[in-house]
Design a protein around this ligand. Structure first.
Ligand code: GCU
Ligand code: CA
Ligand code: CA
Length: 491
């Protein structure tokens, strides 16, 4: 689909240079490919080339050195995010460095997000410093600057065959960008118009790229409403709301819950897509980080979000940054495994539960007779010795997590007096008869044959009822087996 709406037509008050339109026409032939719909799982790896240049390398989980992008792919990543600075000292994150990394990502099969900071260095909620070259410019010039810088960078990417799926216009613009002119709390209209300058330049080069406006603190619904209400009221255009979320091990559940609420509100309030474009947690808290990331991916996707990006997971021993997902031995932390879904396969269902109820434990409910310990060889503290009469019982109580078939078995001893069977009574209903034949001596203990018993969900009363005048054999214990079985106190 080719969009012939040229950028200058939509650009409010911004001047459009003729050469921009020529460039736009020349690149429209490279229509962006149809965009994948699967959930984006990504990493911002903007430090990659600079780290490599300083000698840093990465290893996989087994300790084998590998290309960073391969390691990330093997951990379920499908997207790469790269920041752009206007004229950075040293060149890192300038256009050439960005193109080099984008080509590596593209050739490795990644989807790509480009993140314009509109600064020569970091732009975030605490600083939105104009590029040095723009510092003396009027607001009209700043809009043209944003347009031209965005357009030129996008065009350079396009000439390399790269049409990013997502493009951020501004980075963590909680209070706008290009201060003071674009400080949202002072001039929301200027902020909105700067966003539109970037939006138009993105679409001029790559009509299918989705434009992202990015605000930090995903849990702060009031901040997001203030920012995007202001943009909307001033006619700003954007496609996706980007969010940052950097919780701590002690508060991630709370902040994630609030972020999910915010995601739902943003989607319904503005009818736009939402992405977590930055997240991270202290690398030394990898267990908590993995739990957080697993929940973040699952819950944000269920809430309709489009993706989750980890910010600079490859950082280790680097510029004091502590929220990467890498160990100092060069291997990823287990936090990165949160991006692997479906692999490794889920653990097999737990083996059936099994409980052996002794006379001294919860679940043993009594005997018409005595608890004895005079015939050695029993387990636990003794055995149940019924009165020698028909109808005497030994009783237990077990809980089943769900209704189903369970296996019951008794350990018993029975001298030489012949079979002293019991009728199995479950929840008051008599069922099968359990044979308890002679064992040759009262000190010779053995297991009865197993009985399959249908139990209801919840507590079940189980009894053996003597069917002969000798009473039951001596009963050492009952074992109940099956998924979700447990002992429960008697009434
Ligand atoms: C013996 C044995 C008891 C048993 C009893 C019986 O006395 O020691 O444990 O219960 O026989 O025949 O019931
Ligand atoms: Ca007895
Ligand atoms: Ca016992």
């Amino acid at each position: 689909m080719i969009d012939f709406a040229f950028p200058g037509i939509k650009l409010r008050r911004g001047r459009v240079v003729a050469s921009m339109i020529v460039l736009a026409v020349s690149t429209l032939a490279f229509a962006a490919p149809s965009m994948a719909q699967t959930f984006a799982k990504g990493a911002d790896v903007s430090w990659m080339t600079q780290m490599e240049a300083s000698g840093i390398r990465w290893s996989n989980d087994n300790g084998t050195q590998q290309d960073l992008l391969q390691i990330l792919k093997d951990h379920g990543m499908n997207s790469i995010r790269l920041r752009v600075w206007v004229n950075p000292s040293g060149g890192w994150n300038g256009v050439n460095d960005v193109v080099a990394k984008a080509l590596r990502a593209r050739n490795a099969g990644y989807r790509i997000m480009i993140d314009f900071h509109y600064s020569d260095s970091w732009a975030d909620p605490g600083k939105q410093t104009k590029p040095a070259a723009w510092r003396t410019h009027t607001f009209d010039q700043l809009m043209a600057d944003v347009y031209q810088h965005t357009f030129n960078t996008m065009n350079t990417l396009a000439t390399n065959g790269i049409f990013p799926e997502w493009v951020q216009v501004g980075n963590e613009t909680n209070n706008g960008m290009l201060w003071e002119d674009g400080r949202a709390s002072v001039n929301m209209r200027n902020y909105a118009w700067l966003v539109n300058s970037g939006y138009d330049a993105v679409k001029a080069v790559s009509a299918n790229s989705k434009v992202v406006v990015h605000v930090s603190n995903a849990y702060d619904n009031a901040l997001f409403r203030w920012n995007f209400d202001g943009l909307r009221a001033n006619g700003a255009r954007w496609d996706i709301i980007g969010m940052s979320l950097y919780p701590e091990p002690g508060n991630w559940q709370t902040l994630l819950g609030q972020a999910i609420t915010n995601i739902n509100d943003m989607r319904s309030r503005y009818g736009k897509g939402v992405m977590i474009v930055e997240t991270g947690m202290t690398s030394t808290e990898a267990t908590a980080s993995k739990a957080f990331l697993t929940d973040l991916i699952t819950r944000s996707r269920n809430a309709g979000a489009l993706g989750v990006f980890y910010w600079e997971p490859e950082a280790y021993n680097w510029q004091g940054y502590s929220k990467g997902a890498w160990n100092t031995n060069g291997r990823p932390t287990i936090a990165l495994d949160a991006f692997i879904e479906g692999s490794p396969p889920p653990p097999p269902p737990p083996p059936p539960g099994s409980i052996t109820l002794q006379e001294n434990l919860t679940g043993f409910c009594g005997v018409d007779g005595t608890i004895d310990s005079n015939n050695a060889g029993y387990t636990g503290s003794g055995f149940a010795n019924t009165n020698n009469a028909t109808g005497t019982t030994v009783r237990w109580r077990v809980n089943a997590a769900a209704a189903g078939n369970f296996t019951l078995q008794w350990r018993f001893a029975n001298g030489t007096t012949g079979n002293r069977p019991g009728t199995l009574r479950i929840n008051g209903a008599n069922g099968t008869t359990v044979a308890l034949p002679a064992t040759g001596a009262w000190t010779t203990w053995t297991n009865s044959s197993s009985v399959t018993a249908a139990l209801r969900a919840g507590a079940n009363d189980i009894a053996l009822v003597a069917t002969t005048s000798g009473g039951l054999a001596n009963i050492d214990s009952m074992t109940a087996s099956g998924t979700g079985v447990s002992a429960v106190a008697c009434n």
